[in-house]
Design a protein around this ligand. Structure first.
Ligand code: GRF
Length: 209
């Protein structure tokens, strides 16, 4: 399975995918490209070190969002992916891409959806909201991307304890280490093995063959 990974920041989820492929935890999968909207993202460094082709386009480089979206879609098409993985990617996915890659775009969100998700909930803001609410458990979710924000069918979730005295940064790190970097590679491996189907808007996962 050919995947393109879209990133915007540190790329620790990209690194988890690279490492999982190297260790054979993600089978029959190749990262054909990394797309980034931020030239200074360390995620690009990680891709270069792994010898993965990168492309970097920012909406700021275009006169309007529509022309960026055209460039974004054309660039991703050139990598000819079977699956698009959003890993810490902070740009809205254009409807044209959601349509063309229907059921073939997944995202990692650092909370247990439907909590603390949707417009405005990204990065540390997610964990600030969880701590403000006083939840005792948070975690991460891998889901398919549809026309909404964090609203597509859920594939995998993993819960993580919230501890007394947690700061947003401490909680974010625990959720990344204990949840994100575990379920994102696992979801990719399951999709590559053809074990993930969508029926009536719900994800059905078949047993390992
Ligand atoms: C992570 O918290 C991820 O869940 C969110 O973006 C943050 C940075 O991810 N989507 P990464 O280190 O760039 O993979």
């Amino acid at each position: 399975m050919r995947i393109v990974v879209c990133v915007s920041g540190g790329g620790t989820n990209l690194q988890a995918i690279i490492d999982a492929i190297d260790k054979g935890e993600i089978r029959n999968t190749e990262i054909t490209g990394v797309f980034c909207n931020n030239k200074g993202a360390y995620a690009l460094e990680r891709a270069h070190k792994a010898g993965i082709e990168t492309a970097c386009l920012s909406p700021k480089d275009f006169e309007d969002r529509e022309s960026f979206n055209k460039g974004f879609l054309k660039t991703v098409d050139k990598f000819n992916p079977d699956l698009i993985v959003l890993a810490g990617f902070l740009v809205n996915i254009p409807a044209t891409m959601v349509d063309r890659y229907k059921g073939r775009i997944i995202n990692i969100h650092p909370s247990l959806i439907p909590s603390f998700c949707g417009v405005g909930y990204y990065g540390l803001k997610v964990h600030e909201a969880a701590l403000k609410r006083g939840v005792k458990v948070s975690g991460a979710t891998v889901h398919f991307v549809d026309a909404g924000t964090d609203t597509g069918p859920i594939i995998l979730q993993k819960a993580v304890e919230v501890l007394q005295g947690d700061t947003p940064e401490v909680l974010q790190k625990r959720i990344m280490e204990q949840a994100e970097w575990v379920i994102l590679p696992k979801a990719i491996d399951m999709i590559a093995a053809g074990r993930v189907k969508i029926a009536d808007g719900k994800v059905i996962i078949s047993e390992e063959q």
